[in-house]
Design a protein around this ligand. Structure first.
Ligand SMILES: [Cu+2]
Length: 180
């Protein structure tokens, strides 16, 4: 046995070397495309705290600035056009995803968002931000969970064709995914 120890030791070392070269996250489904849900809330503005707070260190948009894009000077919501602060957005808004690959969605902002598949774009579950759009049943709280800052959700096995996703809190945050 003694004369086998050195080769065996070398073989184990070689195995460790090979393992170190192999990526540690080998998954069956490839991450095909990524979508980032973004906002720019200013964490130093306490006005955000009334509706969930803000944890985005680089953010510069106050709650008052955010409101400028959704409400008129009398404080009423804009009606008739989908309008919202442009820093609240899905990036990109259009994705071509190869069939069988994963769609990886991350919340890169400081507020909560949802990434919800809908039959057609419509209103979310925050009526003042809907600009008159009819709230979607797909956006009810029980079926459209909020993804917090830093959170992630993956979609696998999306069928071929067009898929529409939107935020159920900020319905102007939209992404169309074309699976091909
Ligand atoms: Cu949102």
């Amino acid at each position: 046995m003694r004369n086998l120890r050195a080769p065996l030791f070398l073989l184990i070392l070689f195995g460790i070397f090979l393992a170190a070269l192999t990526p540690s996250t080998v998954t069956a489904v490839k991450d095909g495309e990524k979508v980032k849900m973004e906002d720019q809330c200013d964490p130093s503005d306490p006005a955000w705290n009334a509706t969930g707070g803000c944890v985005f260190p680089e953010g510069t948009v106050s709650e008052a600035e955010f409101r400028v894009f959704s409400f008129n000077t009398t404080g009423s919501p804009f009606v008739g056009s989908v309008i919202g602060h442009p820093a609240w957005r899905n990036n990109p808004g259009f994705v071509v995803l190869p069939l069988g690959e994963n769609l990886k969605v991350t919340n890169e902002g400081g507020r909560g968002h949802t990434f919800t598949e809908v039959p057609d774009f419509g209103g979310g579950r925050v009526p003042p931000l809907n600009s008159g759009l009819t709230p979607l049943t797909q956006c009810e709280a029980a079926v459209a969970p909020v993804i917090g800052p830093g959170g992630r959700v993956d979609f696998s096995n999306l069928s071929a064709g067009i898929h529409k996703f939107q935020c159920c809190l900020h319905p102007w945050m939209r992404t169309v995914v074309s699976v091909e």
